[in-house]
Design a binder for this molecule. Structure first.
Ligand code: BGC
Length: 374
């Protein structure tokens, strides 16, 4: 398939040859319907790896160096395909058609009301019960110094309740500079709504063996999107200044995460909100910087999207056993999901997420890794 036979290596002769860029493909496993999912490991010349399966477009692992050059996985994930099929809270997955929530699973477009699958306290979350995180994508590895994996999927008219046949293409590129770039593209044959993202859970300490409360986060956002008890936006934006949501300067995550005097913290069970990114236009802008002091790892997130959902793993409760049989507990990871505002299809004051025939939805997010001494 795609010119790459199972276990065949492009450029790399051995798995431990970290001097050359390339892609390795292996069979990952069989899905309940008999289809086979593959695992592609992208290597760059600097030694960073990104392992991605075409099941859900899931980033299964991402190894990045600490300040001593030690490579460790900085994501939460499972040991096998079966673990993902059994169910995770979207570890590493591509999310669509609509990342985040749509209130009561309903929206009206051109006078017609559409009813979506509801899967989160009466609301629609992350594309429904079988979103893009649970479908098998067609994968095409792209050779080069910056290896890439192109994933395509056609979502049928009516899937999970959405109108229009939607053709989606997502390309993961492992850049020379230890950045993973994600390019999203989609077209439709009927007016519809689209909001694609990736749901990787990060713990920059490596191995996800403890919580992320010591991570230092900067969000380049002066406003955030307040929510109600069901995590649906109220429709108004609020300045972060003077609130526990102010991450405009590097801030230790744990400092105010339990400030129960703040209603928004209470509703989110911590941070589970959209931040409105400063700056406008379609160019890539810095959305977030994360620093983990024990390892020295740094992650910078750049995007052309208007918002980022900062989620601190508040719903993790140890019930999902991840890699090496390790239970992922509350706040063992953080997510930075670049996207449009939640519930935009029902919020006339939010930037539009409507995609019409003849238009191309196009967006890019880059997660770049480095380290610093202290
Ligand atoms: C949402 C959380 C949700 C998590 C996993 C995040 O994007 O904001 O509320 O629990 O995804 O589903």
């Amino acid at each position: 398939m795609n010119g790459l036979r199972d276990h065949e290596f492009l450029y790399v002769q051995k798995r431990n040859d970290r001097t050359k860029a390339g892609i390795e493909k292996t069979v990952y496993g069989q899905l309940p319907d008999g289809q086979t999912a593959d695992l592609y490991t992208l290597h760059n010349a600097a030694g960073m790896t990104a392992s991605i399966t075409n099941y859900g477009g899931i980033i299964v692992s991402l190894t990045t160096p600490d300040r001593n050059g030690k490579f460790e996985d900085v994501t939460l994930g499972m040991d096998s395909l079966a673990g993902y099929v059994k169910g995770t809270p979207y570890f590493g997955a591509l999310i669509g058609r609509y990342g985040n929530r749509i209130a009561k699973g309903k929206f009206t477009l051109d006078g017609k009301t559409y009813t979506l699958v509801t899967n989160n306290f009466g609301n629609h979350l992350h594309g429904g019960t079988k979103g893009f995180d649970k479908v098998l994508w067609t994968a095409t590895p792209v050779e080069g110094d910056e290896p890439a994996l192109k994933l395509t999927y056609t979502s049928k008219d009516g899937e999970e309740g959405y109108p229009g046949n939607l053709s989606v293409q997502v390309t993961y590129t492992l850049q020379k500079d230890n950045a993973l770039k994600i390019d999203y593209q989609a077209t439709t044959d009927k007016p519809t709504v689209v909001n694609l993202t990736n749901h990787t859970y990060f713990n920059l300490a490596g191995g996800a063996k403890r919580d992320i409360l010591d991570h230092v986060v900067t969000l380049y956002a002066d406003k955030f999107i307040p929510i109600d008890q069901t995590l649906i936006p109220t429709g108004k934006l609020q300045p972060v200044a003077g609130t526990p949501f102010d991450f405009t300067k590097p801030t230790v995550v744990g400092t105010r995460i339990n400030d129960s005097t703040d209603t928004q913290i209470k509703y989110g069970g911590g941070y589970d909100h959209g931040w409105v990114l400063n700056g406008t236009g379609d160019s890539l802008k810095l959305a977030a910087t994360v620093y983990e002091p024990t390892s020295g790892r740094v992650m910078e997130v750049r995007t052309d999207q208007p918002a980022v959902q900062f989620y601190t793993g508040n719903f993790l409760d140890g019930s999902v056993t991840g890699r090496e049989g390790f239970p992922y507990k509350k706040r063992y990871a953080l997510c930075l999901e670049t996207e449009h505002y939640p519930d935009s299809p029902n919020q006339p004051n939010f930037p539009t997420t409507v995609l019409k025939p003849g238009e191309t939805y196009k967006t890019t997010t880059v997660y770049q890794f480095s380290s610093k001494k202290e």
